[in-house]
Design a protein around this ligand. Structure first.
Ligand SMILES: Cc1cc2nc3c(=O)[nH]c(=O)nc-3n(C[C@H](O)[C@H](O)[C@H](O)COP(=O)(O)OP(=O)(O)OC[C@H]3O[C@@H](n4cnc5c(N)ncnc54)[C@H](O)[C@@H]3O)c2cc1C
Length: 446
């Protein structure tokens, strides 16, 4: 395509961010190409995943009701695990979610294909099975993309929604983003396990068609900073999780220890836990997937705009692992980017100065408020075996003593528990827990 034939916008990546951006621009009448390396959108994508349709509704309106979502999540559980026990920190069955669900389990292979189809309906040109190999720059300005299959394509603006991972390095290659540090991303794996819907409902205590989410910490990840999950889909369950790369590849560890710490061995360890195994029993693994999750927090966010380009979603480091949110930040940033491009088109100005509006709108939104709030959450747990190993163990032993009916008086049990806590760091546990709670709860830089 010659320079003069250029499009209004090229979007790289048909994940939630890219499709939200492409949909928003195409609906306003802009000529948009949405380029996806997978055979079809979603075929290369992984997510736990719990999906928040509010942000989809902001893009496609009422059509969100047609989206191929799996089960509304009625119950949320959080477990702290040791090798011998599962302590239910939280079990919240919210029956309001029957009438007004705000989160659904989702399988991205189905969802992404549907969402990209919606963008096509409003006029976006979806180009699947095409890898964008590099951004084309002229005089420091992004003017298009070089693709493997379609050659060079040009546009007024390129919206980069490539996610993160080994195959998503366009910005790095162009010198527009520094390489990821190992403590700025987690590596996660996931299995989709087929189970009869009635079995799912009885094992997870759900009414027909309803769903539950279980997230597990501590020995679930072998004490590493991260978490494991089980989410119920219609006729499958998603089981997976991961840990920070800096802990998986800690160069101070022996080769044997590192071999034990692969995401796959953590998943197998989790699946074989006595509290987890019965939930999976009889299921057949039908898919196995692996992907990275950005965990760099507010300070890990790269430059989000420049002459002729914008960056959204995971590629922009926008994710909130504490609340397991990412797809919503992706859709919202994609939608805002789309609106900013529409505005830039009206002005006929795609310079960094004009596209700065994107960053300003994000700064005023809930996205940056949350990114700032949880900026210190990941560093708090990185290389912190006390929080995810020692303390759960202490709590487990205290509860074991408390609940065991064995001829010892409750007075003696109480004294024994206090003695154990005093001797083995119970005061520090309380202090560290309060400190962690404060770090997560306090409003930072609001
Ligand atoms: C195991 C796991 C569990 C998760 N659980 C949840 C959850 O429960 N809830 C939640 O909200 N979020 C969850 N997330 C995070 C969520 O998946 C991401 O935040 C979200 O997918 C980001 O969307 P995106 O569009 O920015 O990037 P992606 O979804 O990664 O999409 C990027 C797209 O770009 C394509 N692409 C990349 N490079 C190129 C290229 N060079 N050329 C062409 N195409 C390219 C890819 O194939 C892909 O389709 C989870 C993530 C993982 C890994």
């Amino acid at each position: 395509m010659a320079d003069e034939e250029k499009l209004d916008a090229i979007v790289v990546g048909a994940g939630p961010a890219g499709t939200a951006a492409a949909y928003t621009m195409a609906r306003a009448g802009l000529q948009v190409a949405l380029i996806e390396r997978g055979v079809k959108p979603g075929s290369k994508n992984v997510m736990g995943g719990i999906f928040y349709p509010h942000y989809l509704e902001l893009v496609v309106g009422d059509a969100w009701r047609e989206a191929p979502l799996e089960r509304p999540i009625i119950e949320e559980q959080r477990w702290m695990m040791t090798d011998q026990a599962a302590i239910r920190l939280l079990g919240y069955k919210n029956l309001r979610n029957r009438e007004h669900p705000h989160s659904f389990s989702v399988l991205r292979a189905r969802f992404d294909a549907w969402f990209a189809g919606k963008a096509e309906e409003v006029g976006a040109l979806l180009i699947p099975e095409t890898v964008v190999e590099e951004l084309i720059l002229r005089d420091g300005r992004v003017i298009g993309v070089r693709t493997g299959r379609e050659g060079d394509l040009y546009a007024d603006v390129v919206v980069v929604c490539e996610g993160i991972g080994l195959g998503s390095r366009l910005l790095e290659k162009a010198g527009l983003k520094p390489p990821l540090k190992p403590n700025q991303a987690a590596m996660a794996v996931k299995e989709v396990i087929a189970l009869d819907p009635a079995v799912i409902e009885s094992r997870f205590n759900c009414e027909p068609g309803e769903g539950a989410s279980i997230e597990c910490y501590g020995s679930a990840t072998m004490g590493l900073s991260g978490f494991m999950f089980i989410y119920t889909n219609r006729d499958t369950i998603s089981v997976g999780g991961g840990a920070l790369l800096s802990e998986l590849c800690d160069t101070r560890l022996s080769r044997e220890e590192l071999a034990r710490r692969t995401p796959n061995s953590i998943l197998n360890h989790f699946k074989s836990h006595p509290a987890i195994r019965p939930l999976l029993q009889g299921g057949e693994t039908v898919e196995y997937l692996a992907k990275m999750i950005p965990e760099g927090g507010y300070r890990g966010i790269p430059r989000l705009y420049g002459d002729g380009y914008l960056v959204c979603g995971d590629a922009a480091g926008l994710s909130n692992p504490v609340h397991r949110e990412g797809s919503n930040l992706a859709m919202e940033s994609g939608r805002i980017a789309g609106e900013v491009v529409i505005h830039a088109k009206e002005k006929g100005d795609f310079s960094a100065r004009s596209l700065r509006e994107y960053k300003m709108r994000l700064d005023r939104s809930w996205i940056m408020a949350d990114m700032r709030k949880y900026d210190r959450a990941v560093p708090l747990l990185e290389h912190n075996p006390r929080m995810l190993g020692t303390y759960p163990g202490l709590l487990d032993r205290a509860l074991d003593e408390f609940f065991r009916v064995d001829g010892v008086s409750k007075w003696d049990k109480q004294s024994k528990i206090f003695r154990m806590l005093r001797k083995e760091g119970g005061v520090r546990m309380l202090w560290d827990t309060l400190k962690a709670g404060w770090t997560l709860a306090r409003p930072l830089h609001r």
